[in-house]
Design a protein around this ligand. Structure first.
Ligand SMILES: O=C(O)CCC(=O)C(=O)O
Ligand SMILES: [Fe+2]
Length: 290
């Protein structure tokens, strides 16, 4: 494990995830940012607690990681289009992102990173799970790795979600059933591409490590018959999110997470009926996976 001079980095699980202490994200210098970025690449998702950030400060922190990615068909905040407000009201029965996924896999250039900042949290529940896709790849047998080499996947979202995964963002008609606030944010995607082909095993552009690139956005393996692809995808999805490859984060107001969509999956738990939760979310633009 690397050592960090300016920040305190404490892993929260064996597989991935670390809390970083001794940092005020509203006044970050370049050297501290470099250490945060290194810790993020090492731990895949990092968490900060008790942060007090204005939208401008969250945007400034996000921009250190790259260009802001604007969601193709969900509307950001009126004053800050960079920020998507993720709200679950007391009466909502659904939450945003409640099946295992990696963000915007339907896009030819999916988001590199997502920054989520907690504004209102339930007393209990509403945790987020993360899974390490480097470990998921590394743990496969050599013959399985050999078979998966070069395979391409077809990935759909959020308006085109099929039977397996109607909870990532929306129902088949593009509406967030049971979540009124989120439903109001969905615009007609028009010509936006909502289906993309990606490698099943991708190489992380910064670490050079191989990761399994699969999620509930993934529908088929190119060139395979459906009856062949289905059991392979089912196996890989179950394999990839086994508890040993995961961590779980308990939110408080002021907690902030940043995860790497190139080597993780995540899932929001829908276990706080009758309670409200509100988050400020920014995504960072990514490159085409290879
Ligand atoms: O609200 C959460 O815990 C995560 C939601 C999600 O999937 C996302 O922000 O990308
Ligand atoms: Fe997500």
């Amino acid at each position: 494990m690397a050592s960090y001079r300016r920040i305190e980095v404490k892993p929260i699980a064996g597989a991935l995830g670390a809390e970083i202490a001794n940092v005020d994200l509203s006044t970050l210098d370049d050297e501290t940012f470099r250490q945060i970025e290194a810790a993020w690449l090492e731990h895949l998702v990092v968490f900060f607690r008790n942060q007090t950030l204005t939208p401008e400060q969250q945007i400034a922190f996000a921009k250190r990681f790259g260009e802001i990615h604007y969601h193709p068909f969900m509307k950001g905040m009126d004053e800050h289009p960079e920020i998507l407000e993720i709200i679950k009201e007391e009466g909502d029965t659904r939450v945003f992102g409640e099946v295992w996924h990696t963000d915007q896999m339907f896009n030819p250039k999916p988001a590199k990173a997502t920054i989520l900042y907690a504004k209102e949290t339930p007393d209990a529940g509403g945790d987020t799970l993360f899974a390490n896709m480097y470990l998921a790849y590394d743990a496969l047998s050599d013959p399985m790795k050999e078979m998966l080499k070069g395979i391409k996947t077809s990935n759909v979202g959020d308006r085109k979600i099929l039977s397996r995964s109607d909870e990532i963002g929306s129902t088949k008609d593009g509406r967030y059933a049971g979540n009124e606030k989120m439903a109001a944010k969905v615009r007609d995607p028009g010509d936006v591409q909502t289906e993309s082909t990606h490698p099943l095993v991708r190489t992380h552009p910064e670490t050079g490590r191989k990761a399994l690139y699969i999620s509930n956005h993934t529908q088929t393996l190119e060139g395979f018959r459906r009856a062949e692809a289905r059991p392979i995808l089912d196996f890989l999805m179950t394999h990839a999110v086994q508890p040993e490859f995961t961590c779980r984060f308990r939110w408080e107001v002021g907690s902030l997470a940043i995860w790497d969509n190139r080597c993780t999956q995540h899932r929001a738990l829908n276990d706080y009926p009758g309670k409200r939760r509100r988050m400020h979310r920014i995504t960072i633009a990514g490159d085409a996976p290879f």
